[in-house]
Design a protein around this ligand. Structure first.
Ligand code: SAM
Length: 209
């Protein structure tokens, strides 16, 4: 078993120490909208993305202890006051700590693909999840999904067309293999170096309800 690294960083939040509901404005010391990265890995994507958008407050979630540690180190190195890192299961954290209708963006990059057919129901992103996360997006909030895994990319691109309350920002395409201005995560870069293509899906919440 891997040794747990104790994370002592001003950017790390222990979910058990947070009030419910969380006063995110007080926590970030500003009234900027929240955005989320689910499965931040080692934090390379969130560091670049948050540096581009100081007007958003980012929460980077992963249940991988070493990834959270590395993400915190990266955020410290770049002095990004608009990021906090949480080690938790994403759906649980969102349901317990994120105000409905509050998120300006949700990013999910290269989630575990569960390639075996019998394991596919373990995938994080499915139509039910898209409906769940929509509840926490603000009207006009962006939902980004990226994967190198053909079957996962095509599946998300297909079912998203039928999830109510979203607008396809890549229409008439359902997905693209390049997304201008979108930073590449560690896994995206790794898979692209192996010659694989990334499937990018980008939807936007249309209205409240
Ligand atoms: C394949 S890695 C990709 C990491 C990073 N997004 C990238 O593209 O380089 C997937 C990450 O998602 C995390 N993860 C998967 N399911 C999760 C969940 N339900 N809640 C929180 N983290 C999750 C894993 O721990 C892992 O670090």
């Amino acid at each position: 078993m891997q040794r747990m690294i104790e994370i002592q960083s001003p950017f790390f939040l222990n979910p058990d120490d947070l009030a419910a509901p969380v006063d995110w404005y007080a926590l970030f010391d500003n009234a900027n909208p929240l955005a989320l990265e689910i499965g931040c890995g080692i934090g390379d994507f969130i560091a670049k993305t948050a540096a581009d958008r100081p007007d958003l407050n980012y929460i980077a979630i992963d249940f991988y202890n070493k990834g959270c540690y590395k993400t915190c180190r990266r955020i410290e190195k770049h002095g990004l006051a608009n990021v906090r890192v949480v080690r938790d299961e994403a759906r649980k954290f969102v349901a317990e700590r994120i105000p409905p209708g509050s998120l300006a963006a949700v990013h999910i990059n290269c989630p575990d693909p569960w390639p075996k057919k019998r394991h596919r129901k373990r995938r994080l992103v499915n139509a039910e999840f898209a409906g769940f996360i929509r509840h926490y997006l603000a009207p006009g909030g962006d939902f980004y999904f990226a994967t190198d895994f053909d079957d996962y990319g095509l599946d998300v691109a297909e079912f998203m067309t039928g999830v109510p309350g979203y607008e396809n920002m890549l229409a008439p395409d359902r997905y693209r293999h390049e997304l201008a201005g979108y930073h590449l995560s560690k896994y995206m870069q790794k898979f692209m170096a192996e010659g694989k293509r990334i499937y990018f899906v980008h939807y936007r919440k249309t209205s409240e309800g």
